[in-house]
Design a protein around this ligand. Structure first.
Ligand SMILES: [Zn+2]
Length: 498
């Protein structure tokens, strides 16, 4: 039907052609992360071809996101006009919601061709049966999926050795943004701390001050540790290497910290550093964040769908992803499965329409040209810092203003004075997606509106979210599982805007 390389190739081409220069990394100095949602249309699913020939599958990027940052708690706003979490996956998902809102507008208001067809109940829609959505990410999601066993003989799963990294090499320094005290790089196969660990440096100050992912860059230094809290299966299947051949000597690390209430990491040297399967929050710059790791959010999408609560008012069933494809980077099939699907098995008492459909997880062999690894290889010995790009690009397959470039959660170029004005809102911010939702609702005559919004008077964002009862029921059911119980939720006063 499709291959992981085809999906990656399509997304990389879309990035090159459809995304503007604005918001992309500065050549040879910056890198970024990329994520996207790809619509797959396979006519074979719907109609059997009488000639028994294979019917071609069409693939189309419907949303895309880039970004590496996440704002701290102190920068959050009650007006819903800032993007808290600008990791590429989250930008791509919010851009996807924008696309879905447009598709609902096509179906429900304009009566035009759309990805949706009428459901069985009044005002409700469902996905056309010949369509599915594949999620692409240029990198392993931060958090649990990034805790990957590192094997004894493993050298360069991503970048070839281009020099023998010294502790104070230029790139090494580039990891140390701003204050170099009390900090630790994250996401984090090749961070200075991980390397120091492997070099046997005992110091380990655990305060993340940069919110970004990093990819493998280290040389072939082997740590002298062998303990691990990973299961035998995880070790055996890690990185596709035959069971029993290698010893797990360390793990790639994630900068995402455990949420309060979780047992926490052991933080022992080497492979015993992390506990696996735990909920984690993204690191911020000094200020802690309230954003769950991408691994955790993606696991949640597996049960609740990736449309969110608001859109569920219009849908008979949630919109699930059929597959996740990861680009070339440090990767473990077992860690991905553990983080994304393993934690959401056997959720009891899910409402009708919800379930935990099978999620295909694959890796492509193609490297994203603006990933940290690729930029590092291209720049070779150019001196200076290599830093994560501060901007986030959102693109949705919608006719008006498909692009939205932000920095620090606001449209790029906005002055401090403008914050709070309509001009200073990203099109994928909570308040703007809510505005699009309300616009859609008001364009539908009352007798065609779904019951959930007709039978009660709703006003605030919070009220509309709460009124999506099946979604909320599914979310409660998921939180009953110990693996999701400590999920950090934003206080309700962050959702009182209209
Ligand atoms: Zn992330």
């Amino acid at each position: 039907m499709w291959t992981a390389d085809e999906i990656a190739q399509l997304c990389y081409a879309h990035y090159s052609v459809k995304l503007p220069k604005q918001g992309k990394p500065e050549p040879n100095r910056e890198w970024t992360l990329l994520a996207a949602v790809v619509k797959i249309q396979s006519p074979a699913n719907q109609v059997c071809d009488a000639t028994d020939k294979e019917v071609p599958v069409t693939k189309e990027v419907v949303s895309m996101g880039t970004g590496t940052k996440c704002i701290g708690q102190s920068k959050m706003r009650k007006s819903g006009d800032i993007l808290n979490d600008s990791h590429a996956e989250i930008i791509a998902r919010r851009s996807f919601q924008r696309y879905l809102l447009h598709q609902l507008h096509l179906a429900a208001v304009l009566k035009e061709d759309s990805v949706f067809v009428p459901g069985t109940q009044r005002g409700l829609w469902k996905l056309r049966p010949d369509l599915s959505f594949v999620f692409f990410s240029s990198h392993t999601p931060c958090g649990d999926a990034s805790i990957i066993p590192m094997l004894e003989f493993e050298e360069q799963p991503c970048c070839p050795v281009i020099r023998n990294w010294a502790i104070n090499s230029p790139v090494e320094k580039s990891n140390n943004l701003e204050d170099s005290k009390n900090k630790r790089d994250c996401e984090d196969p090749g961070s200075s701390v991980a390397k120091k660990m492997r070099l046997g440096t005992p110091a380990m100050t655990l305060s993340n001050s940069i919110a970004h992912h990093e990819t493998q860059e280290s040389g072939s230094i082997k740590p002298d540790v062998s303990s691990s809290n990973l299961t035998k299966e995880e070790l055996d299947t890690a990185n596709g290497i035959a069971p029993g051949s290698f010893k797990v000597v360390d793990v790639y690390r994630t900068g995402a910290k455990c949420v309060p209430g979780e047992t926490g990491d052991l933080r022992k040297p080497g492979a015993a550093y992390h506990q696996v399967g735990l909920l984690r929050v993204k690191p911020g710059r000094g200020d802690r964040t309230c954003s769950m790791s991408c691994s955790d959010k993606m696991a949640r999408w597996n049960v609740l769908g990736c449309q969110g609560a608001l859109l569920m008012h219009f849908l008979e069933e949630p919109i699930y992803l059929s597959a996740v494809v990861i680009g070339k980077c440090p990767y473990s099939q077992e860690a991905m499965r553990r983080a994304l699907t393993g934690r959401c098995q056997e959720v009891l008492a899910l409402p009708r329409g919800f379930g935990v459909p099978e999620l295909k997880i694959e890796q492509s062999s193609l490297l994203f040209e603006q990933s940290r690894c690729a930029v590092q290889m291209q720049r070779a010995d150019i001196p200076g810092r290599l830093v994560p790009c501060g901007a986030a690009i959102s693109w949705s397959a919608v006719p008006e203003h498909p692009l939205d470039v932000t920095a620090n959660g606001f449209p790029q170029g906005i002055t401090k004075k403008e914050i709070g004005s309509p001009r200073a809102r990203s099109r994928i911010s909570k308040v703007e997606l809510f505005r699009s939702f309300q616009k859609l609702l008001s364009s539908i005559t009352e007798d065609k509106q779904p019951d959930s919004v007709r039978v009660q008077k709703l006003d605030t964002y919070q009220e509309y979210k709460e009124a999506a009862s099946a979604y909320q029921e599914a979310w409660s059911a998921l939180r009953k599982k110990p693996s999701f119980a400590s999920w950090i939720r934003n206080p309700p006063d962050y959702h009182q805007f209209k």
